[in-house]
Design a protein around this ligand. Sequence first.
Ligand code: NAD
Ligand code: MG
Length: 297
Amino acid sequence: MKLYDGLYDPTTMYPKLDIPEQRQDEPGLDSKLQPTADHGQDSYEGHGRLQGRKALVTGGDSGIGRAVAIAYAKEGADVAFTYLPAEKEDADETTRQIEAAGRKAVPIEGDLMDAAFCTDLVDKAAVKLNGLDILVNNAGKQVYVDDIEKLELEQVEQTFQINIIAMFRIVKAAMKHLPAGSAIINTTSIQAYEPSEGLLDYAATKAAIANFTKGLAAQLVKKGIRVNAVAPGPIWTPLQPSYGQPMEKLTKFGGQSPMGRAGQPAELAGAYVFLASNESSYVTAEIIAVTGGMPIS
Ligand code: NAD
Ligand code: MG
């Protein structure tokens, strides 16, 4: 399947997934996901929309982040991305795909719970890319716990550290590098608007990200920097089988969306490319829903 080949019915252009029972430790690996996901390596075609741009994508080893990294490279950007030590195998594949598109890849290993790493990774990316003008805050933690009495505060604190506090640290560190014309894009979620009962901590961080996006946009518009977000619905990534969903929900993942199927990471790429490129020059403080039809307002 090529995205630009003609007319596709969106309900059937990707199949309804037949998901076997599976469980991975956190963070999950794309290399172990069954069935495998589409990150756009064959389906996405670049059109020079980010020629010469310099992007940093957190959590670019797998899932949505990998699809964004591949699309950015195909559109002409050099791409730095972060990953955890356990994700080296996935990170190597993202590196291969960026390089296959003829662009520079800068993989950066580390944990966003480490405050110093949040600052260092930005400086490292800016040095290796010789500048920075696209920042995608995409890394995230999601662990499903159906009862607040069983929800450990340690998990709540980690989810907030990784999903939102790291975002503050990374944006603060990026400010000295980002010239006018730069774009910041945050990954929020349908969960910011329609929280699942078992994702109390995760959903709260996603609501915080949506709010942070709008406030930061108001502040940075004066500097010529646009800030937007993407709110994915159910997307088939390693976040889900690594305790992101209980087993009974995992095997039916995406079936509840109006499209009747889960989304693929490649289906997010267009929104992130649009928000990074000059095509969205009059768009800031916006949140684009890529949810298969679940409204966010
Ligand atoms: P993913 O597991 O492929 O990506 C998440 C990434 O977060 C991991 O690859 C990992 O590198 C990074 N990460 C997690 N903990 C980290 C830590 N302590 N330090 C550094 N990096 C860490 O899954 P994904 O679904 O592609 O997730 C990407 C983003 O999309 C997340 O913010 C997630 O909340 C969001 N999202 C996903 C869905 C979905 O259905 N998959 C829906 C809405 C929002
Ligand atoms: Mg990963």
